[in-house]
Design a protein around this ligand. Structure first.
Ligand code: CTP
Length: 151
């Protein structure tokens, strides 16, 4: 077990190995600050063997849906999700970017049908490192900060 930088949690989720500086973005897109009742912890710029520096987000009383895990993957492709029950890590998995991203991201093309009709946005993953997505409807490609800006 690595050195404990912030308090252990009793029940909930620890999102670990987030690139340094992206922890707040994870909190923001999952709206973790609005989860009622539980403690929310952000450890920013923590030393990590693998990444150099990393962020960690801990959220008590919250378990993530598949869609939420997919959102994390777009920001932090190497993040680890730990499900904690009664102070122990009951489950641990790496996030992964699916082949299609549905209903998560707005298409940046203002003329795209997905911004006008009631259809869920849909992107095909063209590349993973770096991440490059193509809109299923208008074929517009999107990468880098533009992805973060449209989450
Ligand atoms: N953790 C926590 N509360 C607990 C148990 C674990 O906040 N009750 C956190 C740890 O601080 C760590 C993460 O959950 O950030 C994963 O815990 P663990 O698997 O014990 O740590 P490592 O072995 O260092 O994880 P990895 O191998 O994924 O780096």
């Amino acid at each position: 077990m690595s050195e404990l930088k912030v308090t252990a949690i009793k029940e909930g989720t620890v999102i670990d190995h987030i690139p340094a500086g992206k922890g707040l973005k994870v909190i923001e897109i999952l709206r973790l600050n609005r989860v009622n009742g539980g403690v929310l912890l952000l450890a920013a710029n923590v030393s990590s063997g693998k990444l150099g520096r990393k962020d960690i987000v801990k959220v008590e009383g919250k378990f993530l849906s598949e869609e939420e895990v997919n959102k994390i993957a777009l920001i932090a492709p190497n993040a680890t999700v730990n499900i904690v029950r009664d102070y122990r890590v009951a489950e641990k998995f790496r996030v992964s970017i699916p082949d299609e991203i549905v209903g998560i991201l707005r298409c940046p093309n203002p003329n795209c049908v997905s911004n006008h009709e009631y259809v869920r946005s849909r992107f095909h993953v063209e590349g993973r490192e770096p991440l490059k997505l193509r809109c299923h409807y208008c074929e517009r490609t999107i990468e880098g900060d533009e992805i973060l800006g449209n989450l």
